[in-house]
Write a protein that binds this ligand. Structure first.
Ligand SMILES: [Zn+2]
Length: 210
């Protein structure tokens, strides 16, 4: 099973690829959970990020990321349905992205980076909608939402590295990865505003009022 999943991972990237034991119709893990006539609607857009991030967030919100218990519900035979990161609980979307000890650590680091002192990981789902009492402008809300989405994307990416390749990032490295990529994506797409790397790293809070 692990070998097959490795193939799925290498062919299909983050969301999986062809499943040879699921028939010859080219089904993918992602397709198992996302009927072809359904796709992210216009309400779930953040033009500061690549489309792949929007799709990942949309799948997460719809519980259509191919975590083990979602695949198990659909009759796919798996060796285990426990979290491949902590092994302390069943692997659901909420567990992987918000409740796993690793996810809690990452959300805490992101909130600390943004100086959201009164935040806890339970604020993670609200963050996906750009909600925060700290946000002072619509652009600030969009920037914070984009950071939350990149956080979620990297948690999912790390989960796949763990599940399919038995490796992943430690928390400080993952935080650095998402800091770099969120800066790269947002600064290249934002209009009428220059983000500065040192500020992004040390005082991103200033961008909430821009
Ligand atoms: Zn876990």
């Amino acid at each position: 099973m692990a070998g097959m999943l490795g193939v799925l991972m290498s062919r299909g990237g983050v969301f999986g690829g062809r499943a040879s034991n699921m028939g010859n119709n080219g089904m993918t893990y992602a397709k198992v959970l996302t009927p072809p006539n359904q796709a992210p609607n216009k309400t779930l857009r953040n033009n500061l990020l690549p489309r792949k991030i929007e799709i990942c967030v949309w799948r997460a919100l719809k519980k259509r990321l191919p975590v083990w218990i979602e695949l198990d519900k659909r009759g796919i035979d798996l060796h285990s349905v426990r979290c491949p990161i902590c092994d302390n609980d069943l692997e659901s979307v909420d567990h992987t992205l918000f409740n796993c000890s690793f996810a809690i650590d990452i959300w805490n680091r992101v909130f600390k980076w943004w100086n959201f002192s009164n935040f806890s990981p339970s604020n993670g789902p609200d963050s996906l909608h750009g909600k925060s009492s700290h946000v002072m402008s619509s652009l600030g809300s969009k920037i914070w939402q984009a950071v939350a989405w990149v956080t979620l994307y990297y948690l999912w990416k790390n989960r796949n590295l763990k599940a399919f390749q038995h490796k992943g990032w430690c928390a400080p490295v993952l935080l650095n990865e998402l800091q770099v990529k969120s800066f790269e994506w947002i600064s290249s797409r934002i209009k009428g505003k220059n983000l500065e790397w040192t500020n992004w790293l040390t005082n991103p809070h200033m961008y909430l009022v821009c």
